[in-house]
Write a protein that binds this ligand. Structure first.
Ligand code: COA
Ligand code: MG
Length: 326
């Protein structure tokens, strides 16, 4: 059978993705020294219109002057529907293009948006003679973007990840939500007959969007990422949101505050017990294969060739973490 995904996901840890406003350069060094896997310096929605140019200058200076070794570094540019984006891309790429690994594109609506950015990046990279192409992180945060998510995921060989943006997605779809990335207790069904005992079952109002993004990303060999949880004083809420995203297949989650990084790394990284269990599955399946069997029993449960694939993902990630890889 010919595999349908054209490429494997880029090998990069992306458990935690720290957002740092470009207008607050005093935070850059703290970010560089944090335990976040990916750091993005933001030129978009954490920067007021009047500060756009200043933030761009700060980001270029910060990329050039600070030590970002050991980190995957990204810049979030403004959206294609703004007057800021072309200069964000040109100035950041021309002046600090060799210092970034990724560029984060907000409010991607269609494949042509990705192709337009790709074309501009390609020209700048050729003109400057950069050896290493910059990867793309694509934000799905509008109704149109989610509708076109499959085409967006397959639009460019630079694409590495799809990111869910719950705040803008709520604005775009009219979803009722107070805390960015949080839930809404009204998203619930009442179970039980009228007049009898009843229970309210609250659901995850972002399930459809997130699951859709996970499937599109994985089908194209990209990393799916869950977006921010704005109530950074609510550690329990962040942890629950991160764990449910990990359960669904997300590779990691955004952190808007350093206090969220450890929880994201824990939720998306395998525990020592999970890594050990995965290694036992691989050993048991190795033994089964030598005995000519495709399925076996381990701890009373059936394991088969699909278990090998799941276990390999876990072991590979554990090795990346142990090796301190980017
Ligand atoms: N990156 C790096 N360091 C950060 C940080 C970030 N995003 N947010 C806070 N810090 C630092 C602070 O400078 C402070 O450091 P110190 O202890 O050495 O003084 C420490 O972490 C604690 O910060 P705190 O005082 O609790 O936060 P704050 O009031 O300075 O800022 C926010 C709170 C929410 C405004 C800030 O965290 C922030 O701007 N987050 C990112 C917002 C963003 O990027 N939004 C767009 C994407 S959704
Ligand atoms: Mg947004």
């Amino acid at each position: 059978m010919i595999p349908s995904a054209s490429r494997a996901a880029a090998v990069r840890l992306n458990r935690s993705q720290l957002s740092v406003p470009g207008i607050r350069p005093e935070l850059f060094e703290k970010a560089a020294q944090s335990a976040a896997d990916v750091i993005f310096l933001d030129l978009e929605d954490s920067v007021a219109f009047a500060d756009k140019e200043k933030a761009r200058e700060n980001v270029i200076t910060g990329l050039r002057d600070l030590d970002w070794r050991g980190k995957t570094v990204s810049v979030r540019v403004n959206g294609l529907d703004t007057p800021f984006m072309y200069r964000d891309v040109i100035d950041v790429m021309e002046q600090a293009g060799e210092r970034i690994d990724l560029m984060l594109i907000p409010k991607v609506n269609r494949a042509a948006d990705v192709q337009a950015v790709d074309m501009l990046l390609t020209q700048i990279e050729m003109a400057k003679g950069y050896a290493r192409p910059v990867g793309l992180e694509l934000m799905i945060e509008t109704a149109e973007g989610l509708m076109n998510v499959d085409a967006i995921a397959g639009a460019s060989a630079r694409a590495e990840s799809l990111h869910f943006g719950p705040g803008d997605f709520a604005a775009s779809t009219g979803a009722r939500n107070v805390t960015i990335g949080g839930g809404n207790p009204d998203y619930a069904v009442l179970v039980g007959a009228k007049g009898g005992p009843r229970e309210t079952h609250v659901g995850d109002m972002w399930h459809y969007a997130l699951a859709r993004i996970v499937v599109a990303a994985r089908a194209h060999g990209l990393r799916p990422l869950d977006g921010p949880y704005a109530d950074f004083a609510d550690a329990e809420g962040f942890d629950a949101a991160a764990r449910r995203a990990a359960a669904l297949g997300c590779e990691g989650k955004w952190c808007i505050h350093p206090s969220q990084i450890a929880a994201a790394n824990a939720a998306f990284g395998p525990t020592a017990a999970e890594t050990e269990a995965a290694r036992r599955i691989l050993a048991a399946m190795d033994q089964a294969a030598r005995a000519g069997k495709g399925a076996a029993t381990l701890d009373g449960r059936m394991i088969d060739v699909a278990s090998i694939r799941q276990a390999q993902v876990v072991v590979r990630k554990a090795e990346l973490i142990a090796g301190g890889a980017k």
